[in-house]
Design a binder for this molecule. Structure first.
Ligand SMILES: Cc1cc2nc3c(=O)[nH]c(=O)nc-3n(C[C@H](O)[C@H](O)[C@H](O)COP(=O)(O)OP(=O)(O)OC[C@H]3O[C@@H](n4cnc5c(N)ncnc54)[C@H](O)[C@@H]3O)c2cc1C
Length: 386
């Protein structure tokens, strides 16, 4: 999605040398930059201008754990670790910047509209949580009556739901603003309209070529979302990510009726109701299409019939950053030490980990193998060879 970026501290003369250059000022880059600057690093964030693919301005704002990690149980732990850290993280951002990101964790529901959907959901969660090391993950499959007891406004077509206490949501646009303000308060330099066109490594230093000249840094972090696929090979990293389109709807504001986040319907702290979100292989096309929007609206209406009386105020599409197995990539380059990549499709959920776990490791110069080895892109070489 094209979206405006934040005010940059750019009227001052821009320094040219930094400890770390973060490429990409989306939620991943901003969370990392916040954590790196907080750890005392001199940080520059090089971002595109207002017109760019930027998932961070188009997401659904869930901080979500349930159903994540089938095929990689470590990802379930990684998501849960971030969700567990989120409350403290939100408090820290508020104390620093005064911005309340409205994080709440009442538990989350995934509603189903047929017995077939119920059985599919149940089977998925059973397989997921039967994986080694995941027996501590709680979830419940609830029937219509149990869901209605907790969410009285569901419609008669709701057959049931899966529920987990670990899930929550936030105001992700405010999260984005808080991270940007917070990183600059910690001393980071945010450079809008600085597309990195070239990336060279020589003499243990990275040189980043932009139309405004060169920036030099001892370390570089690729956090450019789908742009990482192009940048990775410049520093010996393979970053196989592709765009996946998601479309969303938001209604006019209404009185609070939905306390819990539901995977495809959530009432924001400001009163609007977000209805989402599709998963489409549409290449780099970020346009909204009526057929998909109609399906989203229809399903949401069947879940909550009262939505029928609300006006839609906006629809949009944004491009997720997707790997072929759906799991993140965190890796340091073997041929260009000091070059890191961080990319995932759940940058809201994982923001706390990026700020509080990944950034301090990068500041120290290494991603410990016991935590991050599983997230290396080398897993795709193994899959390709198998
Ligand atoms: C429809 C939808 C719903 C979503 N819902 C959720 C959700 O509920 N929960 C959740 O956790 N996540 C969700 N996400 C995902 C979440 O929004 C992203 O993971 C998050 O935004 C992080 O993205 P990012 O920073 O990696 O990429 P982006 O936001 O795309 O940012 C990448 C940045 O890099 C910049 N860039 C690219 N190339 C260059 C270059 N060469 N030089 C300089 N800058 C460059 C771009 O301009 C951009 O600012 C959703 C995403 C979508 C699309």
């Amino acid at each position: 999605m094209a979206g405006s970026t934040h005010a940059a501290n750019s009227d001052k003369a821009v320094p040219r040398e930094f400890d770390v250059a973060v490429i990409g000022g989306g939620l991943v880059g901003s969370a990392l930059a916040w954590g790196l600057a907080r750890a005392g690093q001199r940080v520059a964030v090089l971002d595109e201008g207002d017109v760019a693919y930027r998932a961070s301005r188009g997401n659904f704002a869930l901080v979500w754990v349930q159903s994540k990690g089938l095929g990689m149980p470590q990802y379930a732990h990684w998501s849960a670790r971030s969700a567990d850290a989120w409350s403290g993280f939100a408090d820290t951002l508020k104390a620093q910047t005064g911005i309340d990101v409205s994080y709440e964790r009442p538990g989350g529901f995934h509603l189903v509209l047929s017995q077939r959907e119920y059985d599919t959901r149940k089977s998925l969660l059973e397989r997921l949580y039967a994986q080694p090391g995941l027996d501590g993950f709680d979830y419940a499959m609830l029937d219509h009556a149990e869901v209605k007891r907790r969410i009285p406004h569901i419609g008669p077509e709701v057959v049931g739901a899966s529920y987990s206490t670990r899930d929550g949501h936030c105001n992700s646009l405010r999260l984005f603003r808080a991270l940007n303000a917070g990183m600059q308060q910690h001393g980071a330099t945010y450079l809008s309209d600085h597309i990195v066109e070239r990336l060279d490594y020589a003499g243990r230093e990275f040189r980043l070529g932009t139309k405004h000249g060169e920036i030099r840094a001892g370390k570089v972090v690729l956090a450019a979302g789908i742009g990482n696929a192009r940048l990775g090979p410049m520093v010996g990293l393979h970053v196989p990510v592709r765009p996946q389109r998601g479309q969303l709807i938001v209604t006019e504001k209404t009185a609070p009726f939905l306390r819990y986040p539901v995977a495809t319907v959530r009432q924001t702290d400001e009163g609007g109701v977000m209805l989402g979100d599709s998963q489409e292989e549409a290449g780099f096309d970020p346009t909204v299409g009526t057929p998909v929007i109609a399906v989203l609206a229809d399903r949401a209406l069947r879940m909550f019939p009262q939505l029928g009386s609300l006006n839609i105020v906006r629809t949009w599409a944004a491009l997720r950053v997707m790997t072929q197995d759906g799991f993140p990539i965190y890796e340091q380059s073997a041929s260009c030490p000091g070059a890191f990549v961080a990319t995932c499709h759940s940058g809201v959920t994982l923001a706390a980990n990026h700020a509080l776990v990944v950034a301090p490791c990068i500041a120290q110069g290494a991603l410990p193998r016991d935590t991050f080895g599983v997230f290396s892109a080398r897993r795709f070489d193994v899959q390709a060879a198998a």
